[in-house]
Design a protein around this ligand. Structure first.
Ligand SMILES: *Cc1c(COP(=O)(O)O)cnc(C)c1O
Length: 226
């Protein structure tokens, strides 16, 4: 068995164990294998092990990584988990399956326009800046209600909320806050938890929805620093 396949099995066993301990249905938890800055042979190992759900944070790199693999496997699902510039919206809408980082009005409008044009109403998450960090992308919690209303007016298919907690605060607090914000706004799905903290996201899996945990190094090992 390859290292990657081993890592995925180990992670899945860990996910199942935590889910069971918290009375959560394991099929509500989805492992998004974050393949940014990883070599193609590792991506291939993940594919060979049967994994199909991946996250990338840059449009151009994602296309270079996946264009050929997508021809071989029509069931690959790609989530965009990084900041999206409006000049990349066209490629993002045609290439990705889910956009997790809707984080500002200009982008919401561009996505809405492009999805209508391409006839692809992709599921989207709104990224929330749960720690209100000035350097971080995402909608401030206090502006979320108004932003979601605007997204609905634009016919964007918002299915949930995504966050990246501040590095120096307990992630569980932010995960719980994100879950509360989702409940208050009638959204069922969450994207939260990475290699270092997914164990604290799983217990907060929404009762009626899906939890997407985004794991990079835990699946593929250390990334290229470039
Ligand atoms: C890179 C990245 C991850 C994965 O991080 P790891 O610590 O390698 O698991 C998850 N989410 C986002 C938004 C990322 O950019």
């Amino acid at each position: 068995m390859s290292d990657i396949s081993q890592n995925i099995q180990t992670l899945k066993a860990s996910i199942d164990k935590i889910a069971k301990a918290h009375d959560i249905k394991q099929e509500h938890i989805h492992l998004v294998a974050v393949s940014k800055r990883q070599p193609l042979d590792k991506l291939k190992e993940a594919l060979d092990s049967g994994h199909r759900l991946f996250g990338e944070n840059r449009v151009q790199e994602a296309m270079e990584h996946w264009v050929d693999f997508k021809k071989e496997h029509n069931d690959i699902k790609l989530h965009l988990i990084g900041p999206l510039q409006t000049n990349k919206v066209k490629d993002a809408v045609s290439f990705f399956d889910v956009i997790e980082t809707v984080d500002r009005e200009k982008l919401a409008k561009a996505l809405s326009r492009e999805m209508k044009k391409q006839g692809r109403a992709l599921p989207c998450f709104v990224q929330v800046n749960t720690g209100d960090e000035p350097q971080k992308a995402g909608i401030s919690p206090k502006d979320l209600g108004a932003f979601l209303n605007m997204c609905r007016d634009l016919d964007l298919n918002i299915i949930g909320l995504m966050c990246i907690p501040p590095v120096d605060e307990p992630p569980a607090l932010h995960f719980a806050f994100l879950k509360k914000l989702a409940q208050e706004n009638g959204l069922n799905n969450l994207s939260m938890g990475m290699s270092a903290d997914y164990d604290r996201a799983i217990p907060l899996c929404p009762d009626k929805g899906q939890l997407y945990i985004r794991i990079g190094t835990g699946v593929f090992g250390a990334r290229d620093s470039a």
